[in-house]
Design a protein around this ligand. Structure first.
Ligand SMILES: Cc1cc2nc3c(=O)[nH]c(=O)nc-3n(C[C@H](O)[C@H](O)[C@H](O)COP(=O)(O)O)c2cc1C
Length: 167
């Protein structure tokens, strides 16, 4: 066995999960951030979690509004997933600038990309300091699905975005 950093290890666990975390800015804009470090945490009650850099605008929005929608992007969004993961909502409207069509969910102030496989609407229960990231623990309110879309994953660590191949 050889020793590796965690970021190097991620290349060996590809394909890695991928989400677009949707949050609402004070101007009412839906901001989209690419997040691989998300996980299911509990089934009863239903809880998900995700880790985001302390400096992320998304984290700031979720800590303020205590609302979030975690979506799984479909294949038409492969290019935009990388764009949303390399720019910040502090300085731009990503959905508008990257041509991502958004749609509403019932009883939710945050919009989601049309090409989503899943949308998990959740609230923020607490966030935990885990080094350079905060880990957000979020009870689920509703889960919406569009099985006609094919989910994207992160490959070569986080360098390439593509669908998974069938085993
Ligand atoms: C494939 C990919 C996966 C990413 N996964 C994460 C992640 O799990 N956690 C995180 O904090 N940032 C992750 N990022 C980086 C954020 O998306 C990036 O910092 C983004 O600019 C945050 O946007 P915001 O400032 O609008 O929140 C990832 C980027 C890419 C391209």
């Amino acid at each position: 066995m050889q020793t590796l950093s965690l970021i190097e290890a991620a290349a060996l666990t590809s394909p890695n999960p991928l989400s677009l975390v949707c949050s609402r800015t004070p101007a009412g804009i839906t901001n989209l951030a690419t997040v691989s470090w998300w996980t299911y945490l509990s089934l009863a009650p239903e809880i998900i979690g995700f880790a985001m850099m302390k400096t992320s605008y998304t984290g700031e929005m979720v800590r303020a509004s205590r609302e979030v929608v975690l979506t799984i992007p479909g294949t038409p969004l492969a290019k935009q997933v990388m764009q949303c993961g390399t720019s910040t909502g502090r300085t731009r409207d990503k959905a508008r600038d990257f041509g991502i069509d958004l749609t509403d969910l019932p009883d939710c102030a945050i919009q989601i990309p049309v090409h989503s496989v899943l949308a998990i609407q959740a609230s923020l229960r607490e966030f935990v300091d885990v080094g350079d990231h905060y880990f957000y623990i979020c009870p689920v309110q509703k889960v919406y699905a569009n099985p006609a879309e094919t989910p994207l994953f992160a490959w070569k660590g986080y360098a390439k975005i593509a669908a998974a191949q069938l085993a």
